[in-house]
Design a protein around this ligand. Sequence first.
Ligand code: ARG
Length: 407
Amino acid sequence: DPVRIAITAARLVDPVAGKVVDDPLVLIEGERITGVERGDSIPAGYEHIDLGSATLLPGLIDCHVHLTYESGDYYVKALRESFVDEAIMAPTHAQRTLQAGFTTVRNVGAGNFVDIALKRAIDAGRIDGPRILAAGHGIGATGGHADNGGMSPWLQFEGFNGVADGELEIRKKVREQVKHGAGVIKLIATAGVLSEEDSAGAPQYTQEEMDAAVDEARRWERRVAAHAHGTEGIKMAIRAGVASIDHGSFLDDEAIAMMKERGTVLVADIYNDDYILAEFGRLNYPQKIIDKERYVGRTQRESFRKAVRAGVKIAFGTDAGVFPHGWNGRQFAKMVEWGATPMQAIQTATVNAADLLGWSDDVGALAPGRYADLIAVDGDPLADVRELESVDFVMKGGRVVKPHAAD
Ligand code: ARG
C-alpha cells in the first residue's frame, strides 16, 4: 500500500491562481498529491505532518543550473581538473540544491554526459537530488562560449564536447545529445561572459545554423534553451524558435515584442553579477572577463525590469554553479528589487518554470496528480521574499528530504 500523508500548515501559496489559501490540508498518496483541501480533519489512515504556522509552496524550479560545475580558481579548473572531478562533486551540488528547496532543475550544459548519469542515479533513488531535465553538452561554435578558448594551442582538451560548426555538424550534435539522454537542447547563440571571446554578446552562429539546431531538436521532440546576451543574437534565436532566451542581457523593445508574440520565455540570471564581481578577481579570472561582466551585469537587470513591465513570460534560472549551489534562492530578492512582485517571482520558479520544461502535469503546483514536491518557510514569503533563501521543510515525491525543525 502507498504511504498516505496529510500535511497541514497556516498558509499555502498557490502560484497558479496567484492567491494564498489559509489552513491548507494537502493529501498525498505515494509520490503524488491526491487532494488539496482546507481545515485540519485528517482522514483515517493518514500520517500527519503538522507544519504549524509555516507557509507551504510548491517545490521550486531553477531552469538554468550547472550541477556538475562550481566556480573555483580559473587556471586550476581549466588545467588541472576534468569531468571526473565534476562527477565526484555533482551529487553534493545536487543535494545542496534540493536542501535549498529546489526539487526540479533544468541542467543546461555539462561535460561528457555527467549530468545524464546524475539524473539517472537520482531518478533510480540511488542518491538524493532534484528532478533533472538535462541537456548534455551545450552546443556552440569553434572558439565560442562552449569551446576552451584562450589556452595554449598545444593543449588538447580530451573527451567529447559540444563544439559544432555548420548545419550538418549541429544536427549531428543535437542527435548525439538526444541519443545519450538529453531531454532539452542547449544552444550557444552568442558570445559569453565567463569565456575568453572578446565580445560578450555577438552572435556565434548564423541564422541558418540556429534554425537547423531548433529544427533538429523539434524533430526529436526537444525544446531549445538559447544562451544569448546580445540583441542581434537574441533576435536570431527567437526567430529560430527557441523556447527560452537565457541571460537575455541586451533586450530592446523589438526583442521584447518578439518574445511576447512568440511566447519565448526569458530566463535571466540576475543574481549572478553580484557574486562574480565580488569573487572572480580572487579566483584569478582574466581581467577581460571581469570587464565583460561589468559591461553586461547592470544592463541585464535593466532588461529584466523592462521585460517584467512588458509582460514577457519569465522563468526562474540562476546559473547556479557560477555561485555556490544551494544559493539559488538569493535571486528572488533581486527579481523583486528589479520590478517583480513576490508573487510573480514565485510564479517564475513554479508554474512558469514547469511550463517551460514541458513538465506542468508533474511539477510546479500543489494540485491533485502532481508529484508531492513541496516546501515550507516559517515566515511570509509574500511579505519578505528572502524567506525563500532559507527553506525550512522540503518534500520530494512524498518523501521528506529536509524535516521541519519543530517536527
Ligand atoms: N554563463 C554566463 C556567461 O558566461 C554567465 C553570465 C553571468 N553574468 C551575468 N550578468 N548574468 O555568459
